[in-house]
Design a binder for this molecule. Structure first.
Ligand code: DGL
Length: 266
């Protein structure tokens, strides 16, 4: 009960999930691992993504975490079944909560999904949505440059509008009424994406949806912290901590106080 929740991502984007977790489960301690030395995962092969993901869980287990959140769509898309099979603790990915929410809110039955190349190629969202409601039509598109735009801090620039306009054109033409932001970086581009897709399209932020699911699992397994004091977040990265702290504040919406390089493990 009183051990931390472990969260990992390929880098910095998973902080959008930490932000929601800390808001919704304020008494939980969180250990975050960002694999900043090996980001991006979105351009890597499934075998590599799975290998990195296993190593990330092994790192988090050193802190006796009670549950692991895969705060990365790419890793959730490819590694979740393997991690669930190989580890005893509960492991939660971001795909199913996002898919369930999209299936729930879509009225037209036309849902769009955007993500990294690896996420879109995996067909993970499509598959989860079809399990929930086979009648829903799912249209997807990879938007790989979004990750770099966010890392650069170009959240509202002309170049961002131009690139987003190009990426989102076909989804707009498909007249989707719901769009899943299937990458941890994309919630930071919500403003631009909303402007391009228009008011009739609801954006689904997988970071928000996964938090409710984590809470349910903790309750079910009797693992919810009984701590009365505010939980602590500690961050570990596989590369330079200073850059992570600087850019990470944008994702987390607050100062990052504790961040360390994760020893020699990678
Ligand atoms: N965290 C990744 C995701 O959510 C995006 C960055 C990457 O390509 O590693 O898919």
């Amino acid at each position: 009960m009183d051990t931390p929740i472990g969260v990992f991502d390929s880098g910095i984007g998973g902080l959008t999930v930490v932000k929601e977790l800390a808001r919704c489960l304020p008494n939980e301690d969180i250990i975050y691992f960002g694999d900043t030395a090996r980001v991006p995962y979105g351009t890597k092969s499934p075998a590599t993504i799975i290998r990195f993901s296993i190593e990330n869980v092994l790192f988090l287990l050193k802190f006796r975490v009670k549950l692991v959140v895969i705060a990365c769509n790419t890793s959730s898309s490819h590694a979740l079944p393997v991690l669930k099979r190989d580890f005893k603790i509960p492991i939660v990915g971001v795909i199913n909560p996002g898919a369930r929410e999209a299936a729930r809110i879509s009225k037209s039955g036309r849902v769009g999904v955007i993500g990294t190349n690896a996420t879109i190629q995996s067909g993970s969202y499509n598959c989860e949505i079809k399990k929930i409601n086979p009648a829903i039509k799912v249209y997807s598109g990879a938007c790989p440059l979004f990750v770099s735009l966010v890392e650069e801090g170009w959240l509202n620039d002309d170049v961002t509008y131009t690139i987003a306009g190009k990426y989102l054109k076909s989804l707009k033409e498909k007249k989707v009424d719901t769009l899943i932001l299937g990458c941890t970086h994309y919630p930071l581009l919500k403003g631009v994406i909303k402007d391009i897709m228009g008011d009739g399209v609801t954006l689904v932020d997988s970071a928000k949806r996964v938090t409710a699911h984590v809470k349910d699992v903790l309750i079910q397994k009797d693992l919810l912290s009984e701590n009365k004091k505010k939980g602590e977040c500690r961050f570990y990265v596989s590369d330079e901590p200073a850059r992570f702290a600087k850019i990470g504040e944008r994702f987390l919406g607050q100062k990052i106080r504790f961040v360390k390089k994760a020893g020699e493990y990678v």
